[in-house]
Every structure is written in C-alpha cells, then in structure tokens.
Design a protein around this ligand. Structure first.
Ligand code: HEM
Length: 436
C-alpha cells in the first residue's frame, strides 16, 4: 500500500523510545497513534491499546500538536460499522494519518490509488484489477508459491543455523510474488525492493532515504513513475495476460486510465502486497518462536495451520490504520462527529478488543474466533490481496514449520517505527532443521 504523497509522520517526536510510558498514562501531547516511535515496541503498544479498551471503551480523541483532531477507534464493532457506511465515512481526501501541515500543503506529486477513491470511481477501478485476485487466477500461482517456499527453506539451510528471518526470508518472498502477478522480471527485484521500502519506511530513521521532505517523497514516486512508464509502453505494444497489461490497457467506461491513475494502480499493487505480507510472515514466525508450546502444537497438528495463520494476522496487523472523513454530522457510540471530521480505524487496536477476543494479549493458534481478525479491513475497500496473502503464509509455514528441529532468538528483533504499515526490521534467529 502506498504512503500518499505528503502524508503523516511524527517527525521529531517529543518522546523517544526510552521514554515510553505503559498504559495510557502518556502526556497530553503524545499518543500511540501519531508518535511513530511508539511502534518500535509492539508489546508496549499492545498493552496501551488494551488499556484504551478497558478504560475508554475503545475510543481515544487524538489531540496532538501538529495534527488535526482525530477520533481513534479501536472498538471492533465500531470499525466494522464505519466501513459499512462508505458514503458517510469516505477514504478521500486523507486515507492515511496526515499532519496538519501536510493536509494544508498540496503534495508535489499527486498520486491517486484505490485507497484514495470513493463511490463509483472506486468501484470502476477496483473491478479492473479484480480478475487477477479471483480464485482461478490465484490457483495458477500455487506452484510458484511452493517454489518460493522451497527457496526459503534452501536459504535457511545454506545459512547454517543463523539467519535474519525478516530480511532474508520474509522480505524477498512476497516481493517475488508481486513481480509474478504484475509480470515483471526477477532482475527488477532490487529496484522494487528499495522503492517499496522507502515509500513505507518514510518515518523510520533506518529506512528513509533522507529527511522525509515533500521533495524526498516526490523523488521516490518519480523513480516509480519512470520505471512503470516503460512497462506501460511495452504492454501497450505487446499485451500479455499479466496485471501490468490489464492496467496499461485498462479502460474506465470507454476512456483509458489517466496517467496518474495508471501509476497509482501499479504503486498500490506493488506496495500493498509487499511489506504487509512480509510483516505478517516475520511477526507470525516470531510469535511461534516466542510461544514454543504453540509451535510444538502446530508441528503435532498441522491441520491447525489455517487457524494459526488467522491468529498470526490478528497478532501482527501489519496495516496499522486507515483514516476516514465524515461527510455529515454523525456520532459513533455517542462520540459526536461534525461533517469533515477525521476518524482513525485502528485495525491493530480492534484485533485486541477484549469484547471480541478473550485474553487478547495471548497468542493462541486454537483461538476459536481468530478469523474475526480485521487485519484486511472490511467492506468496499476490503483488501484485494487477502486470499493471496493467506496462500503465501500457508505455503511458507507449511514448508518450514515441520522442518524445524529447534529455533530460538539469536538477538533482539527490531520493529519499524512507522504509523501506517510495518512490522519487523530484523528477526535474528538460531535454528536447526531436519534433513527432509
Ligand atoms: C498480510 C498482508 C496484507 C494485509 C494485512 C493487508 C491489509 C489491507 C488493508 C487493511 C486494506 C484496506 C482495507 C479497508 O480499507 O477496509 C487493504 C487494501 C488493499 N490491499 Fe491489502 N493487505 C495485505 C496484502 C495484500 C496483497 C498481497 C495485495 C496484492 C498483491 C494487496 C492489495 C490490496 C489492495 C489493491 C488494496 C486496496 C483495496 C481498495 O481500496 O479497494 N494486499 N489491504
């Protein structure tokens, strides 16, 4: 998923990672939503989210200097209710948490993707790419996924017992899948890797290419544009059955896609399917390592795999939020909103709602309602790649989990300090594998 040009970060947070406060006892000018550094310690973030459920019924009014007023919603039922009313709660004009300054300044490069669209326009653009994500198209990918899972296992064998699972396994895997769907050559892999990481990692000091200025964001997007312009020209000359051909030759009604919308489509698919899935892979694997009883259970009862994947998705919630803007005065569970007000849908927080998930801070692959996790959102914008992501996770873990003789952490994992999409920056592990 793309980081829209000019979107939020909380540069220069008032609290550093060492000063995080437990629960919701943070100072008035800090919160777990706008302060990207708070995502550097996910366990702390989760505890704070549960405290909001227990002490504030799952709602939190964000009132932080430099940000517009926003109602953050962690209540599971309320998130679903809002997603059911896309005309009252629109994606445009600010689908992702944005600073007031960025809201007030038009971005240098305007990008329009599915997540910026509403109503008929959204429906028409969504329909265009949908065939690639239908079961018939996805089942053609099974073989490729198994090949990539085998490759991941070989990478682990060759690493001789110690590896950074996040960078060596979880990051490359979904990117290869995206290249396959778009129909791009493996040789373009390094370029795509850098671009998607920079778009998403914008706020994280280790991932950003330079200060997150409007110029820097524009530079990342221009790289994407140049690259995909060449692809579009090629597919217009020689269409194939890949997604790039659908996009390059697509029409909305009788008109071809506009240039910005064409680019937006490539960008949303390239970014939405990459860091999200790799975050679920690394975070899911870490959860298994940190809960050895659950790993053992999965090895003994492989039929739990699908449920284990739902629990991993609940646990990791790689897309931390999306925003909506109200089109009329309304209220949500008694919280009054005027037309034009912003709400923050906290998928991560909703997955920890104790009213839905008993003992939410427990990782439990037998959780009876793990599939009520809402990491893929809901409604008209429901993730187009949800089934694909599940297939990738299932293929990878079905290959790796049975082969593990032992596994433990070989260092301290790090997580990305970003407010939108993110997971692990590193997951150093030590392990031994069975022969076959
Ligand atoms: C674990 C992995 C993934 C997670 C957690 C995830 C999560 C999400 C979420 C939360 C949304 C917004 C839903 C809403 O507003 O209700 C979304 C939208 C989207 N996702 Fe994913 N996603 C994942 C993987 C993928 C993959 C693999 C692809 C494609 C290759 C993909 C493509 C998209 C697209 C195109 C949209 C925009 C849909 C729209 O606005 O109509 N995602 N995703």
């Amino acid at each position: 998923m793309d980081q829209p040009a000019g979107s939020a970060d909380s540069k220069g947070p008032e609290l550093g990672p060492d000063e995080m406060l437990p629960g919701i006892g943070w100072p008035a000018d800090d919160d777990i939503f706008t302060n990207n550094f708070r995502f550097g310690d996910l366990a702390d973030w989760n505890r704070a989210a549960v405290a909001i459920h227990e002490e504030r019924d799952g709602f939190y009014r964000i009132d932080r200097k430099g940000f517009p007023p926003v109602l953050a919603i962690l209540d599971h039922a309320a998130v679903l209710e809002i997603e059911r009313q896309p005309d009252l709660f629109t994606n445009g004009p600010a689908p992702v948490l944005t600073t007031q300054a960025a809201l007030d300044t038009p971005p240098l490069v305007e990008l329009k993707t599915l997540i910026h669209m509403d109503g008929d326009e959204h429906a028409a653009y969504r329909k265009l790419g949908l065939p690639q994500f239908k079961p018939a198209s996805l089942s053609r990918l099974e073989g490729r996924l198994d090949e990539l899972s085998e490759r991941a296992l070989t990478t682990m064998r060759n690493a001789d017992g110690e590896i950074d699972f996040s960078n060596e396994v979880a990051l490359p895997y979904p990117l290869h899948v995206i290249l396959e769907i778009l129909g791009l050559p493996e040789a373009d892999y390094p370029r795509m890797m850098t671009l998607t990481q920079q778009l998403f990692g914008g706020e994280d000091p280790d991932l950003q290419r330079e200060e997150l200025t409007p110029e820097a964001i524009a530079a990342v997007l221009m790289d994407f544009f140049t690259y995909f312009n060449d692809i579009t020209t090629d597919r217009r000359k020689q269409p194939t059955d890949d997604l790039a051909s659908l996009i390059a030759n697509g029409t909305i009604g009788v008109d071809p896609l506009g240039d910005l919308e064409t680019m937006g489509y490539y960008v949303i698919v390239a970014t939405a399917g990459h860091d999200t899935t790799s975050s679920a892979m690394a975070g899911g694997f870490r959860a298994l390592i940190e809960h050895p009883d659950q790993l053992r259970l999965l090895q003994e009862r492989p039929e739990l795999m699908n449920n284990a994947i739902e629990e991993m998705l609940r646990w990791t919630a790689p897309v931390r939020h999306f925003m909506r803007t109200t089109t009329a005065d309304t209220d949500v569970n008694g919280h009054r909103l005027a037309a034009g007000d912003l709400v923050y849908l906290s998928y991560k927080g909703a997955n920890l709602d104790p009213k839905v998930f008993a003992d939410p801070l427990r990782f439990d692959i037998e959780r009876p309602n793990a599939d009520r996790q809402i990491s893929f959102g809901f409604g008209k914008h429901f993730c187009m790649g949800a089934q694909l992501a599940r297939m990738e996770l299932r293929s990878l873990f079905s290959r790796i989990v049975p082969m593990l003789e032992s596994v433990e952490m070989a260092g301290t994992p790090t997580t990305s300090q970003t407010t939108f999409v993110g997971g692990h920056k590193s997951l150093p592990i030590r392990y031994s594998l069975r022969d076959n």
